[in-house]
Write a protein that binds this ligand. Structure first.
Ligand code: GRF
Length: 205
């Protein structure tokens, strides 16, 4: 199975996926990495692993008075050149519109550092900690889900895991625990969809 991974930041989840592929824990290969940020550390991780990467910033589109849809369509075209079975959003900070999603039905998979329906959008960990401190929640979590449409951090859930919040937690300690959970949950969710996809293709051959 061919995975294209979209990133915007440090890429620790990308690293977990690349490691799982190279160690044979995932029946897949990362065929390309796309970053919308020029300075994302994830790019260095891809480069170190010898995986082709492309930096795909919004800025030139904006300067040329292009729309978000123009950007998404161009990104889709670039991603399609790598013929992915799945497109994995691993810390990808850009809301994809239909102009992208239409090319990858039930093939786009997102990771969100909160439980389904909780804290969509940015700063989910920070908002979970604030909600805990107000007594509104007792735990948080992580989810991996399909991206069928333009909903923010919303879509059919593939896997989820709860993460406890401790009274002594700081944002850093909670974030560390969440990221650790993300690294294993993302790999196991991908293993699940990949195995299912392989089974389905066998049935049709
Ligand atoms: C993760 O917490 C992901 O869920 C969120 O951004 C973070 C990216 O971390 N959307 P990394 O770049 O994979 O280290």
């Amino acid at each position: 199975m061919r995975l294209v991974v979209l990133v915007s930041g440090s890429g620790s989840n990308l690293q977990a996926v690349m490691d799982a592929c190279s160690e044979g824990r995932l029946n897949a290969e990362v065929t390309a990495v796309f970053s919308n940020r020029t300075n994302a550390y994830a790019i260095q991780r891809a480069s170190r692993a010898g995986i082709p990467y492309e930096i795909f910033p919004w800025q030139p589109f904006k300067q040329a008075a292009k729309s978000r849809q123009d950007y998404d369509a161009a990104l889709a075209e670039a991603v399609r050149r790598h013929a992915p079975d799945f497109v994995v959003l691993a810390g990808w900070m850009w809301l994809l519109s239909r102009a992208f999603l239409v090319y990858f039905p039930m093939r786009v998979i997102n990771l969100h550092p909160a439980l389904p329906g909780m804290f969509p959008g940015t700063d989910a960990i920070e908002r979970a900690l604030a909600a805990y401190r107000c007594g509104r929640i007792r735990e948080t979590g992580v989810m991996v889900h399909y991206v069928p449409d333009e909903g923010v951090d919303d879509g059919p859930v593939i896997a989820q895991a709860t993460v406890p919040i401790l009274s002594e937690d700081t944002l850093e300690s909670l974030a560390r625990r969440i990221h650790k959970t993300e690294h294993t949950l993302l790999v196991s969710a991908l293993a699940h969809v990949i195995d299912r996809q392989i089974e389905t293709s066998k049935e049709f051959n």
